[in-house]
Design a protein around this ligand. Structure first.
Ligand code: SF4
Length: 291
């Protein structure tokens, strides 16, 4: 049986950078805590927690003083930095540079829309860490939308700006932008003067959709490795499944089933931007053992 791991799957550069910062922090032997799971992958969170990286919440931060806290790649709202200052907590900031740039763009857009009495829409998942960080840039005045249904009651007599969470689906962004333009037209306004859609989807994510489609089509069977909490993982698995009906979602080697591999010659292993290489390798080794 031929088993191949997709060399383009696995951590994006933002996550690589955050994990490197965590490992450096752990090596310095001074206690270090991470605000939330460093990556949406329980295997990697456990690996780092076994080495000493504790996961804390914002509520925990209220009770801490003079320690070190790491901000993960998803970023944080300004209030988190203020809280850290107040509690004399040293911040190790591993916010991905792409997310940082998006935060700045959203902040600027929110200021413009405040002056113009307009609206800011963020296409993303309510409560997702990155979205919480983006909302913080707007003083919580933006509206988080998941699809066009969330815009049915929106006001199209005022200008608006649309931004997307970095892991959003590019097709969904196009659909939402086209819907908003249509609604402006229907209300008698020129969308070009009233509205601007910003494609803020991370290219590391949007390119992966194309690459994974190509990869999944080359095998009899595809094992997609991800944590169910990863939104990027869910999206990429959907693409695998559409391309190759014999695609299976696993969190690690423990989920593999021997019967999947009967009459199979070529197996492809791939994963999300939050899937560690070592977990994909453990999956490959387990398949070898089973076959
Ligand atoms: S997906 Fe893109 S924006 Fe998000 S952490 Fe990775 S590199 Fe940064």
């Amino acid at each position: 049986m031929i088993i191949e791991i997709d060399h383009k799957s696995g951590f994006c550069f933002g996550v690589v950078k955050a994990i490197a910062a965590a490992e450096e922090g752990i090596a310095s032997e001074e206690p270090i805590q991470c605000l939330g799971d460093i990556v949406h992958n329980s295997h990697e969170v456990k690996r780092l927690s076994d080495r000493g990286l504790q996961v804390i919440t914002r509520d925990d931060m209220q009770k801490m003083e003079g320690t070190r806290v790491m901000i993960r790649a998803h970023g944080e709202p300004p209030e988190t930095y203020e809280l850290a200052r107040k509690q004399n907590i040293r911040v190790i900031d591993a916010t991905c540079p792409i997310v940082l740039k998006l935060q700045q763009r959203v902040k600027k857009g929110a200021q413009e829309m405040q002056e113009a009495e307009g609206y800011v829409y963020i296409l993303g998942k309510e409560g997702h860490a990155e979205v919480v960080g983006l909302m913080g840039q707007t003083g919580r005045r933006a509206r988080v939308i998941q699809n066009v249904d969330d815009l049915k009651d929106a006001d199209f007599s005022r200008p608006s700006r649309l931004y997307a969470q970095t892991t959003e689906d590019p097709e969904k962004l196009k659909t939402v932008a086209a819907y908003i333009e249509d609604r402006y037209r229907a209300a008698g306004y020129d969308p070009a003067t009233m509205f601007k859609a910003h494609d803020t989807i991370c290219r590391q994510v949007s390119n992966r959709g194309i690459e994974i489609r190509e990869f999944a089509g080359r095998f009899d069977l595809v094992i997609f490795v991800s944590d169910p909490k990863s939104s990027n993982g869910k999206q990429l698995f959907e693409i695998c499944l559409k391309t190759n009906r014999r695609s299976y979602f696993v969190t690690g080697p423990e989920d593999l089933k021997k019967e999947w591999f009967t009459n199979t010659e070529r197996v492809g292993i791939c994963g999300a931007t939050s899937t560690p290489q070592w977990v994909m390798e453990a999956v490959r080794d387990r398949i070898r053992e089973m076959s």
